[in-house]
Design a protein around this ligand. Sequence first.
Ligand SMILES: [Zn+2]
Length: 625
Amino acid sequence: MSYEVFTLKYRPQSFDDVVGQEAVAATLKRAVETNRVANAYLLCGSRGVGKTSMARILSKALNCPQVLAGDPCNQCEVCESIAKGENLDVIEIDGASNRGIDDIRGIREGAGYVPSQGNYKIYIIDEVHMLTIQAFNALLKVLEEPPAHVKFVFATTDPNNLPDTILSRCQRHEFRRISEDDIIARLQHICQKESVVCDAPVLEAIARKAEGGLRDSISLLDQVVSYAGETIELGDLERAIGVLPTEHLEGLARTMANQDLPGVLDSIKGAFWSGYDPQELMAALTSWFRDYMVWHADPDGRSQGRQEALFEELAELMPLDRVLYLTKLFLNLRGDIKRSGHERIQLELTCIKAAKSLGMLPVDEIMARLKGKVAPPPPALRSTSVPNPVPVPPRPSVSAPKVQEPSPGTEPKASMSMPSAAESRSSQSATRPPVREAQAATPPQEPQRPGPSSSPPGGAKDYGGSSAPGARSLVTEAGAQTALEQEPTPPPRPALTKPVGPPHLPTLRQHWVKIIDLVKDMSSMVGSSLDQAAPQAIDGNQLVLNVPKSNAFLCEQLSRNEALGMITKGIEAQCGWTLKIAVVQVDSGADGAPVMKKSVYDDPTVRRFIEHFDGGIMNVEKSDG
Ligand SMILES: [Zn+2]
């Protein structure tokens, strides 16, 4: 017997065969049964969900002489010829390649002739949204007054691109994406028929890759069977179609949840060397986090599968608010990769960031600490031991000190099993505050915190420049609650890390306060002048600095070679980029940004926020008030 591809061999032949589209199938079946068939149907849905199959089944049901309870017999000559696409009365047109007016004129002429075998002449137009406007207009003529023996079935993946005049003349049916469970069930059925032995994880991985498209999943199965024969294991799947195994994906998720940074890097490295496209890994992770988000958000809709068991296991480590953040993080990754390339680095960066973020304190709690209303973390969160489910490093993930050195599996391993790599790398004692270490490594940042006089006690300067009492790691607060309540000093922070990648304005802005500090270390005058300028743009290797037009002196000062050299050095030291500086005077009357920025920077509260969160001022706007 000759080989027939699975997608054709297992194409549904009757309404009940169509997987996952029960509502549409029931409606059409009943329409045939009760002889209430519309002139035109529009079947909408993503690819591979059964639209064309449904159109053919409907055609068979309409023309089969032995139709039974709305279903075609699938035995007669008519049914067979329609199934093979050879029936003269059922005309299938691909709208993507026959989209012109002449193609549609053919329909208008043909519609005038009576059907040769069955009761109806049926036109199936696939991807109907691809037709040209003229073609739609021509089609409309027949649709408005179709001969009684003519029926239309349109299929589209993009109904929004159809003219209203067409939409209003069709009975519209939406095809659902097919659930992974349904796909798996169908694949199991095929495996059974083909005497193929296939593990559940293999089918799960295929179903996930097909993203709700049954036809795609069946094609994939066909491909793996061609490769592996009658017994398929996960490894065959990996090699045949490059699907990331469930176990691998789950392993990566688990390492992230446990903030096991070496594990994260190892997982990515493993996937990379096994030949997986980082993009694919990214897509798989995004959809995994999406599923996890849904699992969290909808406890009633939970099913009992392998994936759900893992969700349950990780629920405490990754609560819903963190999952929302992580899902967004991975969604943004696609854009980041598009913009900058460097797929693997971006993926590693994002996964590390995701893992580190799980150790962050909630903003509410940080705020409470800033205000001195210390809400001491529950004992479980305070321990520094490794099996601690949610270790609490003192700073958010942006300052992960190792991220910029993409040498996976080597250096980070030494330092990343602790909540914050800064501490464990530079300090053997957990009681030593990380900020001390980080800043000790870059002493020039310390001495010249600007204007201690302008800042209230306990502000940024305290933990920047003063000694021990203010600079206390959160981890060590466990036994020092009372002291903390008396002294509302915010927790210390390690220095911002050097950014990865080419010069990037938002990143530069994040580091801007530090750069100013570095320049102040070289010359307090130049540093103070720089404080009044605003980084406006990066054009190649040139940084445009805006200064207010009204302050010619400032412009002149910053434009001196000596000053430019210092700024360049400061940026180099903080960000690792060598930039030329162009100082540009702007009309401060227009938006006054530099001047306003200066005054905003000087605000002690703002300063404290910038210090605390390693942030920067992106934009300053005048409020109406
Ligand atoms: Zn039949």
